[in-house]
Design a protein around this ligand. Structure first.
Ligand code: TRP
Length: 462
């Protein structure tokens, strides 16, 4: 039997769910990752593929996850198992829940290290360390942080402890209220940064050109995979986080509306971050593909030169860390609920245990910035490899199976009833997207990334 309510409680309103899910979606992915991978993958064309993935894969999968969560009302593993049983399908579908729990935990291990770096920048900026800083200066200040495993470890520890305290208290209490002020504040500070960047005149124009003027010759199979992986990452899809949040959702909420709203908000934040950062890159003659250090090497230049920069900069990094926290809790929530529901332990015990394991794994990411930067597999450091495997392989695979589950395994009656979409046309569109578009797109992008499609073309002399 399906429970009608989650044993962990329910959101107080639709608005509370939107805030929490937006909190989960908006985080380092939008502000730290989107700009740097856009830089690495040549801009415009990459951005278009990303936006396309959000629209035709992201939104339908988000709807599917919310729907599955609300129908199952338990942790992702149990929800999938219950729904599969109801449809007389194999209990093996719970493995999909498992892979999600694993992905969330792996992502959190490095997410926390990066959030720790952002945290290190709060006292640095408030303290005026970047006043009048040059591009070279900002670069070497970032290097000095990442070269020091002890400092990274200290901040990683602070971030993980904070995350586990929040999770232990329960995702719903406090989160609703804090996200309510956090998101608008982050938005305002990003607008301020974009306004500052727009003063760079031609460099601003160049940034717009870079972001929105596609040059498809720069697009490789790998970049398409990264763009798709990032659509999943940024919307927090493919591992059950949104499913868990959906399991606390009241029965009458319009899943279509909330999913569209969350996706739009998430995308706007990423685009604003790009508009704030790339003008600085051009104005200061920086290299566009520097990688994960991009925001840490560019934004301090802006804060170091604008009026009140120490204050706004400090606030920016503070808000970024808070946004990262509201995302981090969603990464570990599926695992925590699973442990609580299955091992009969308390939420606090589950949080602490999982937190310690995640923290330990994070140490390897810390090392890949310094003493372990030469430890490579497939030419990637531990951090690069973990980021690649989780975002570009695990999440899209999770999404693929979520699509198959909700489009093929579940009966039409069930999805139609649970989604409760008013217009038949919209429901049919959703069903078409999850049945055909998502599975086919994910498979083609995978094949394309490993070069198989080129091989087939060669083979056909095409
Ligand atoms: N979306 C968040 C960000 O952009 C990160 C995140 C939170 C996430 N929960 C997730 C990514 C679940 C993948 C899956 O920062």
């Amino acid at each position: 039997m399906r429970p009608t309510k989650s044993m962990h409680g329910q959101w107080s309103s639709n608005w509370a769910f939107i805030l929490a899910a937006t909190g989960a979606a908006v985080g380092l992915g939008n502000i730290w990752k989107f700009p740097y991978i856009t830089g690495e993958h040549g801009g415009g064309a990459f951005v278009i593929v990303y936006l396309l993935c959000i629209a035709v894969i992201g939104i339908p999968i988000m709807m599917a996850e919310v729907m599955l969560g609300r129908r199952g009302r338990q942790n992702p593993v149990a929800s999938l198992q219950t729904i599969a049983a109801e449809e007389n399908k194999s209990g093996l579908w719970r493995l999909l829940g498992w892979s999600g729990v694993l992905a969330g935990f792996l992502i959190l291990s490095y997410y926390s290290v990066i959030a720790g770096q952002a945290m290190a920048y709060i006292p640095r900026t408030f303290g005026g360390m970047f006043n009048g800083v040059t591009a070279d200066g900002a670069h070497s200040l970032y290097q000095s942080l990442t070269a020091d495993p002890e400092r990274l470890l200290a901040w990683h520890t602070v971030f993980m402890v904070g995350t586990m305290v929040l999770v232990a208290r329960g995702v719903k209490s406090g989160l609703e209220r804090s996200v309510q002020f956090l998101m608008p504040a982050l938005f305002l500070i990003l607008l301020l940064l974009v306004a500052y960047a727009s003063n760079t005149g031609e460099h601003f124009t160049r940034a717009i050109h870079f972001l929105f003027n596609p040059d498809f010759s720069k697009l490789t199979g790998k970049s398409v995979l990264v763009a798709m992986g990032h659509a999943f990452f940024s919307l927090s899809l493919g591992m059950g986080a949104i499913m868990i949040y959906g399991s606390y959702l009241p029965k009458d909420t319009s899943i279509l509306k909330v999913s569209v709203a969350i996706s739009i908000a998430d995308t706007l934040v990423a685009l604003l971050a790009g508009l704030a950062i790339f003008p600085l890159v051009f104005a200061n003659g920086l290299e566009i593909g520097v990688g994960p250090g991009l925001i840490f090497e560019t934004l301090p230049i802006a804060f170091g030169h604008m009026d009140g920069g120490a204050f706004f900069g400090g606030m920016f990094f503070l808000l970024l860390v808070l946004a990262a926290w509201s995302s981090a809790i969603s990464l570990i929530e599926p695992a925590v609920t699973w442990v609580v529901e299955n091992k009969g332990v308390s939420r606090v015990y589950a949080s602490v245990t999982l937190g310690v394991i995640t923290w330990l794994l994070g140490v390897l990411t810390i090392f890949s910035f310094n003493i372990g930067s030469e430890w490579k597999l497939f030419d990637k450091t531990f951090f690069d490899l973990l980021g690649y495997v989780t975002a570009n392989i695990m999440l899209p695979l999770g999404g693929l199976f979520i699509a198959i589950f909700s489009g093929w395994v579940m009966h039409q009656h069930a999805t139609r009833e649970e989604l409760g979409i008013k217009y038949n046309f919209m429901y049919q569109l959703w069903r078409f997207l999850v049945r055909w578009v998502t599975p086919v797109a994910v498979i083609i992008v995978f094949l394309n990334a490993v070069g198989l499609i080129d091989n087939i073309k060669d083979w056909l002399h095409y």
